[in-house]
Design a protein around this ligand. Sequence first.
Ligand code: SF4
Length: 365
Amino acid sequence: MSSSIELTGYSQLELAAFVQSLGEPVYRGRQIFVGLQQRRLRSFDEMTDLPKELRARLNEKARASTLTIESRYVSEDGTRRYLMKTHDNLPVETVFIPEERRDTICFSSQSGCPLQCTFCLTAQLGLLRSLTSGEIVEQIVIALNDAYGVGVKPPRGTNLVGMGAGEPFLNLDSLMKALRVMADPHGLFIVPNRVTVSTAGVVPRILDLAKMPDRPHLAISLAAPTDDLRDELMPINKRWALEELLSACKEFEKTLKPGERFTFEYVMLAGVNDSEQQARQLANLLNRHELKAKVNLIPHNPADPLPYQPSPEETVEQFRNILESKGIHTYVRRPRGRDIFAACGQLAARHETRPSLIQPKSIGA
Ligand code: SF4
């Protein structure tokens, strides 16, 4: 790589300063921004509205893209999953999920993850490194270009969820920078209201997020109704236990806009966290804190190295009914892209730890 300056994560203002440092007029910065974000171009050579000489200098000094697609899989249900590589050869996973009225792109905030959730394959990679704002934006650019063609306006709205590999709140600065760049009306124009970021429970950052204007929606991965079980499933609980986490959620709740709610994600693991008693414990926990949150029950995607199986459908339904009967709005997430391992960390971890397990339907990079 000729330079480490990646312009995909730059705001219009930063690009203006960058082109000025090259002795160019400010409007060139705006042209580059529109080229990278709105036209979703991934090389300066494609920006034919720039003088040839400037394109050559940009190629010397900076990069318009850094991620490459290592593999791409398309599920029978239309879900597309990408395993990308950074310039230093680290895995990045992104999933594109088409739905009737909108598309959802699930992006990663880190390569690997330092947290050790026992139901997650990404955990087995450990933290490889946090992604830059440019690498976060690029995932969206690549997924949209692949689904619709380079620069073609998506026919539906695009929602983003920060639920791919990594703990977003351990990379909050880069994440927020990427979200600000993507919200620009002259670029991708995906506003924070269309973005949900999920945390395993980094309490101080939940409180920081609450104070930010133009913040995304918040989701918390709970996975257990008691500290004993959560300590086991999500060791971050030993640092910030449930009482502390839910008190932070209560603080966050005070900053919600009218009609806005935050979400608790609850992965359903057969015989581990899905009993009727645990449903009642969860309802009581949320009600005791008077949280107006909703709960998403997530089907677990089984994978060989993980010691868990998904809860049967009837068990999930029963769990949902108990929560609902205690006044908790509860939704059951449909599994998407199961045939291509479209769950958190599944592709990269399979690649890194067990190459022989890769059998999804590949249609090439
Ligand atoms: S579930 Fe999320 S936070 Fe936990 S190890 Fe996996 S990627 Fe990290």
